[in-house]
Design a protein around this ligand. Structure first.
Ligand SMILES: [Zn+2]
Length: 235
């Protein structure tokens, strides 16, 4: 919540308001913002924790606060809303919406190829959501997607992947990629606050700022530690 001085340009918030910080910064007035492509705002986009310092801190400065902050409704589960800063809009926008997940579809997030093919009687899945960002999982998606299906790349890739275009082409597969725009955050905020979605179930660990290095070690070994999401809370 804002405890320090408010910037001169901040009109929508007052000192003491409790707020959700979006991972995407948007000034709200450029051509990309006008079409809700906030991830490519010419004076923002993905800058927190990427081009400027991130928010694992007791105090942070949020550029264009009027567009990058959302008021937290009275009585809301604040831990659940932490999921709305990045991971929930990312999965929803780039996985579900861009991947065009429809009722009745089979959807795979990432698994071993053999298991997935067995589970679908060798038919493959309608939507394969790549959620890791490494060549191996992108390759799994290419192998398990069914004809007419969709590969939705959510993961943040640090190096090139091999695209076997001869296969998705002849199988009428659509490949989509994207960086979250957070344009669905207001909708998701209402959905979580009304109790229809319970993202707090994904919280597996909690730690104090002094223990942050331990938390990184745990998440470096996420499979064994059964770690999904940690809440970093100042005392
Ligand atoms: Zn903009």
């Amino acid at each position: 919540m804002p405890r320090g001085p408010l910037g001169a340009g901040v009109k929508n918030f007052r000192k003491g308001d409790r707020v959700l910080i979006s991972c995407i910064t948007a000034r709200g007035s450029c051509a990309n913002c006008k079409r809700q492509l906030y991830s490519h705002c010419t004076d923002g986009g993905w800058i927190l924790g990427h081009l400027i310092d991130g928010t694992e801190a007791e105090y942070v400065r949020i550029p264009h606060a009027d567009n990058g902050l959302y008021p937290i409704p009275q009585g809301a589960d604040e831990e659940a809303l932490v999921m709305l800063s990045n991971i929930l809009p990312t999965g929803f926008e780039i996985g579900v919406l861009t991947g065009q997940v429809k009722p009745g579809n089979t959807v795979a997030i990432v698994d071993a190829v053999a298991t997935l093919m067995r589970m679908t009687d060798d038919a493959g899945v309608d939507v394969a959501i790549e959620a890791v960002g490494i060549p191996a999982t992108f390759d799994v998606c290419q192998k398990v997607v069914a004809p007419g299906g969709h590969i939705a790349n959510v993961g943040v890739h640090g190096k090139s992947v091999e695209l076997h275009l001869e296969t998705p082409w002849i199988q009428n597969v659509t490949l989509t990629t994207g960086l979250v725009n957070t344009n669905t955050t207001p909708l998701l905020l209402k959905t979580v606050h009304s109790g229809k979605l319970s993202p707090a179930q994904r919280i597996t660990h909690r730690c104090a700022p002094d223990d942050i290095l331990k938390a990184y070690a745990v998440f470096g070994n996420a499979a064994q530690e059964k770690a999904l999401k940690a809440i970093l809370a100042a005392a």
